[in-house]
Design a protein around this ligand. Structure first.
Ligand code: NAG
Length: 421
């Protein structure tokens, strides 16, 4: 499981990644609710609220600070799915009731048992891979059970670094978890086959929050569809920092239509939110001026992406090696990451964006993998061109709330609050 989570960062490198959810300040709502209930006004209040709601929050569960998983509701009556809320991709898909077949391994892996290891991954050579269907333990969408389903049928396939998902398109009512932000005619993927990689992940599917140009089959992403109904055409992501703890409810909050002033240090009139323009409306891409750790400085300006679906920070291998060295890390080949003694308190990693320095504290960038304390960075080669050179994944977003301003094609950052830090 832990090793697979390191791989999930690789997924994001190539095509896509994951996402995450947000939470309402529950105690406050409870107080209001109690008061209104006492006055016998709660039902009327709720009904009015439903009518006028123009922003809302969706909470995520935090899995070891490596994955943040939120609920997605589809159909009538509602069918519930767990998804990564991924700003690094733009399609929504969940497993279909018909999902089956081979666990994402080529046929020849099963057919060439003696020499399998020469041609296939260890997993594809294992008995589990031959026996298991990666959809076995997933929630699966049943269109026959939804009165609002509309058939589409067009095929789709999305390639991730470690495998793919494919199927056909359908249309139904989709809601962003408990946020009450819904779109009645959302087209989404009904996956009939998913890669073995997904079997080990605590998710059913993926909900993409990237730009339309990145969407497979040009399916309009749900965030675009709900945009006209939101108070503000943006969403805020706050990711909590919970260390190695698994499945911590409320470990993240996606707020749609508003800047999250509860979990982010936005300042009066949002004065502390600093924006930079989006440089390519595909991923959430923008320019980073440089990076600095201790006495090491790189002033190479680079295109970077903000990606909730990537567990770690990925960058050019030579720079990543220099950062790891400056932090005193040693490579652990069993996990492919640099590690430090768990008692270490390494220096901040400082990113400069829009001329402003963003300090990543070790509590936000160190991750626990297989019991080792790993620096949450990895080398990745994107090749040349106008695409991104860095992926600013969860360690960055844990440090700073990201405000994805769709309406103004810009992205903003504000220091994130974490209890006890
Ligand atoms: C799908 O829903 C229909 C209608 O409720 C039901 O009859 C059928 O058994 C369900 N199929 C699966 C595979 O759950």
């Amino acid at each position: 499981m832990q090793i697979v989570l390191a791989l999930c960062a690789l997924i994001a490198l190539f095509a896509s990644s994951y996402a995450e959810v947000v939470q309402v300040p529950l105690h406050r709502i409870k107080t209001l609710r109690q008061r209104l209930a006492e006055e016998g006004k709660w039902q009327a209040y709720e009904a009015a609220r439903e009518q006028s709601r123009a922003h809302g929050a969706q909470t995520t569960s935090d899995y070891g600070d490596l994955e943040y998983v939120g609920a997605v509701y589809i159909g009538t009556p509602v069918q519930r799915f767990n998804a990564i809320l991924d700003t690094g991709s733009s399609n929504l898909w969940v497993p279909d009731k018909s999902c089956g077949g081979k666990p994402g391994c080529p046929d020849y892996c099963a057919n060439l048992q003696n020499v399998c290891s020469q041609f296939c991954t260890a997993f594809c050579c294992s008995k589990e891979a031959r026996d298991q269907n990666p959809c076995d333990n997933k929630h699966r969408y049943n269109s026959s059970a939804s009165s609002t389903y509309v058939k589409n049928g067009q095929g789709w396939s999305i390639q991730y670094g470690t495998g793919s998902a494919s199927g056909f398109l359908g249309q139904d009512v989709v809601c962003l978890g408990e946020s009450k932000i819904c779109y009645k005619k959302q087209v989404f993927g009904q996956a009939t086959e998913i890669a073995a990689f997904f079997a080990a992940q605590p998710v059913d599917g993926i909900l993409g929050l990237g730009w339309p140009a990145l969407a497979v089959d040009s399916v309009p992403p749900i965030i675009q569809n709900v945009l006209p109904t939101l108070d503000a055409k943006l969403f805020t992501v706050w990711l909590d920092q919970k260390g190695a703890a698994q499945n911590v409810p409320g470990g993240g909050i996606y707020t749609y239509g508003a800047i999250d002033t509860v979990n982010c240090q936005t300042g009066t009139n949002f004065a502390n939110v600093k924006y930079v323009p989006v440089s390519s409306q595909t991923y959430w891409q923008f320019l980073m001026n440089g990076v600095q750790v201790g006495t090491y400085t790189s002033n190479t300006a680079s295109q970077v992406i903000s990606d909730t679906g990537t567990s770690l920070i990925g960058g050019p291998p030579s720079i990543i090696t220099s950062i790891a060295t400056a932090l005193g890390g040693t490579i652990d080949n069993s996990i492919g990451l640099y590690t430090l003694p768990c008692t270490a308190k390494p220096a901040d990693i400082v990113l400069t964006i829009g001329g402003i320095k963003y300090n990543l504290h070790y509590k936000n960038y160190m991750v626990s993998i297989n019991g080792a304390c790993a620096i949450g960075i990895f080398g990745v080669n994107f090749g040349s061109g106008f695409g991104p050179q860095w992926i600013l994944g969860d360690p960055f977003i844990r440090s700073y709330c990201n405000i994805y301003d769709v309406g103004q094609a810009r992205i903003g950052f504000a220091l994130a609050n974490h209890k006890g830090q």
